[in-house]
Write a protein of this length. Structure first.
Length: 282
């Protein structure tokens, strides 16, 4: 599940603000290094064939829509990219900034911005057609559960990327969701301060193409022994290839690749984690 996508209009931002610290602990085992290297491979593969200018072919400037606490951005910066990273959660951006301040390299190569990614609040010099690559990872796209919001999300990506630049995003893939079905899951994590138990109880809404992901977090403070409980629901929209093509074409993108994340396998009923690459051709 993706707490990096704190941009949906149907979620409680106050809950997400409280969730920011626990998010980093819950996803401490996520392999951001591998994912960043994989994104670089995708950029290196597709951008040179799409872009018509030498500067764009280098893929130097990336806009990350839904950056969360910045973990992908730090790893992408190490690989040579300059990043503008946007998220709607104040706590997530504050967390990213606190990590950024520890290293002058990150201060120079990453810019974090607090903004709804469907209503980007960037200065004019870094908005329209400014970026070689736009990315949106960890299933940010699935948080836009209405057609209007999803279309606006794609419009913002199109507006920000250069002609010949590419947009990369991942998603839950509908055929796999309906075949495999979401399952109840339990997870326990801890650090020197807290122990967290998380129960994930999904509810599949077939006619809306949505999974309600119900989280219950039990947090125990190791020092005070105090126990806190957080309950929240994430509405996640799973996507199908034909509708992705329709939405992208509607805003001006051309879809050039749709594969399983990491494996590069073709999409099928076993592909839960899909990703898409599209180009701004005009």
């Amino acid at each position: 599940m993706n707490a990096d996508a704190m941009n949906a209009d149907n979620v409680n931002n106050k809950v997400f603000e409280e969730y920011a610290y626990y998010y980093n602990l819950l996803y401490a085992d996520k392999d951001y290094v591998r994912e960043a290297k994989y994104i670089k491979e995708v950029v290196d593969k597709h951008l040179p064939t799409c872009c018509t200018t030498e500067h764009c072919k280098k893929g130097e400037h990336i806009l990350n829509l839904g950056c969360g606490s910045g973990n992908h951005d730090f790893e992408l910066a190490k690989l040579g990219f300059k990043i503008t990273a946007v998220d709607a959660s104040k706590s997530m951006i504050e967390c990213a900034l606190s990590k950024q301040k520890k290293d002058a390299f990150y201060l120079e190569n990453i810019r974090f911005i607090l903004s709804d990614i469907c209503k980007l609040n960037l200065d004019a010099s870094c908005l329209d057609a400014s970026y070689d690559v736009v990315i949106s990872l960890f299933h940010v796209s699935n948080y836009f559960t209405t057609n209007e919001r999803l279309l606006e999300f794609f419009k913002q990506a199109y507006r920000c990327v250069k002609k010949g630049g590419i947009f990369i995003f991942d998603s839950w893939y509908g055929p796999a969701v309906l075949t495999q079905k979401p399952e109840v899951r339990m997870k326990k994590v801890q650090d020197e301060h807290s122990v967290i138990w998380r129960m994930t109880t999904p509810e599949l809404k077939v006619n809306q193409n949505i999974v309600d992901v119900n989280y219950t977090l039990i947090i125990k403070d190791k020092l005070s022994k105090q126990i806190n409980e957080i309950k929240e629901t994430h509405e996640m929209r799973y996507l199908f290839l034909p509708e992705v093509e329709i939405f992208l074409e509607k805003v001006g993108f051309k879809l050039i690749s749709a594969k399983e994340f990491f494996t590069e396998n073709d999409l099928d009923i076993n592909t839960w984690n899909s990703y898409f690459v599209c180009v701004k051709s005009y």
